[in-house]
Design a protein around this ligand. Sequence first.
Ligand code: FAD
Length: 565
Amino acid sequence: MADGNGGLRGNAYRSDRNLQALLGRSAPWLSEDDTERLSSFGGWVASVVDEQADYTNRFAPPVLETLDEGGRPRSAVRHNPLYAAAHREVYEHGIVGLNYGPEPRPFTLTFAMGYLLAQSDISIHCPVTLTGAVAHVLDRFAPEPVRDDHLPALVRMDGTAATGGTWVTEKQGGSDVGTTETVARRTNEGIVLSGLKWFASNVDGGLALTLARPEGAAGGGAGLGLYLVPAHGPDGAPNRYRIRRLKEKLGTRGLATGEIELEDAHAVEVTPPPGGLKTMMAALGYSRIHNAMASAGIQRRAFAESLAHAEARSAFGDRLAAYPMVQDQLVEMQVRLEASVALAFAASRAFDAAQSAPAEQPWMRLVTALAKYLTAAWAITATSRAIEILGGNGYTEEYPTARLYRDAQVLTVWEGPPNIQALEVLRLADAEAPGLAAFHARLDAILNMPFAASHSAFVRARALIFQARREVAALTALIQEDEAEGPRQAHRLMDRMARGLAAALLIEEAAADWGAGDARKAVVARLFAAQELAAPEPPRPSKSEGQRFFRPLAAYERIETAHLD
Ligand SMILES: Cc1cc2nc3c(=O)[nH]c(=O)nc-3n(C[C@H](O)[C@H](O)[C@H](O)COP(=O)(O)OP(=O)(O)OC[C@H]3O[C@@H](n4cnc5c(N)ncnc54)[C@H](O)[C@@H]3O)c2cc1C
């Protein structure tokens, strides 16, 4: 096994006091069973999955077999046995199945498992996301017979679960899905699909959702239907589609991502036009939350590896962690990590709330886009920083950081790049749309809490959040006056909203601990606001707040409220 999983200290859950505290504060439904599951999952992730990820990445990525032993054409993916076993076992832990059945657990529980899993392997986390997305769509949106026929196979927890795929991207476009060229035809034997899907991860999963245009349907997104493509036709024979090739990728080398040629493939209708694209967006909404979890998870691993290394390594007579510049680097990573966790779990709570309260949907979509965008950007900077802190070793495959760095880059691209998230924010921030009102209401509720409003420790952080909020209001006013401004300002609007919200969420978390005399989260919130929302300050001859509190921040130790001015 590669060196360096010391950061997870044998258990991704038990070593993560921030996650435990967050769930303790915000998931009162968490049972002892749930905690036990997270703990055993965290142990499995930090051992079996981690070892597998290193082996698969370096020595045994998946291979496409195009001919069978008799030289006849076939397309099947061969995975190494460690990957295949871990991918089977992950569903036994309930990462999809726990959300279904007679006593379904909240999605936040399985999203939390995604956050843990991504700390060791994005190449397994991705198929889990796709499987969960297909299950969610079948459960919520499919006609009853389709749901009853196919959902049970995806949610079983006995080691024989089918796995899912979402085939959206075609050669001419991944974001502009209205250009989809795949055609759906009704024949005597049912609906068949023909076309080329350009990116399909977990390409050999058993059940994929895809978009196609029925013959004669309108152009654009309104003409698309959503279909389920099983690996086998009704007669039990392999379905008529072919994996043309696997992509050679920068990262996620353990994950089989391929191109699919649909050759009159048997398909089952889930949503006819004009609703197909909207239903597919529900799958993407779910996946984007998992993406935010993965981005936070990868940051946590990058931080944990960096801290472990900085504590252990000496240079010029002292430990790296004793040097103020290293402390500043680590603290910057850590406050972004804690902000990312706050954003990702705000999105997952909104997802749970929206399952029973449709009025929560605009907020769910908005917080999902904000979390997806900002956490993914920081996954890249954190993994790059980790390599810097580990030095030359960090750049080699002996340590997990090189793989983390390559894998992180995909998190900004798939499930919609930043500009596509910004366009989603723009739709939701329209004066008529309830998303913007929900954003301001959420910030108001936090900033006007007696704790945040009255305490001198938060004067500056609060002022910075109000300033970000004023910028958001000015940008939305500009856009509402002249709609040509929308695409010009959308990225800036999303960025201000995401950073402002993250700072507010950290203050909300700080309130809970402050009552018990612990100012640690308050320090994180202050540092975050100063780092992400303020213009740089003129230099002062003293330790920065990050340097002053480096030790309790890094060790997740209590900081007495009396020590904070
Ligand atoms: C490893 C990997 C696995 C993948 N797996 C899958 C999968 O399983 N299923 C699947 O369907 N897809 C998959 N994808 C594809 C991925 O979802 C797409 O690459 C992504 O959605 C972007 O689409 P695109 O590549 O066509 O880029 P484009 O849509 O061409 O976008 C390119 C750039 O243009 C920007 N842009 C586009 N439109 C606008 C606009 N109006 N305004 C401003 N900027 C704009 C985008 O933000 C982006 O930066 C995978 C990709 C990778 C790398």
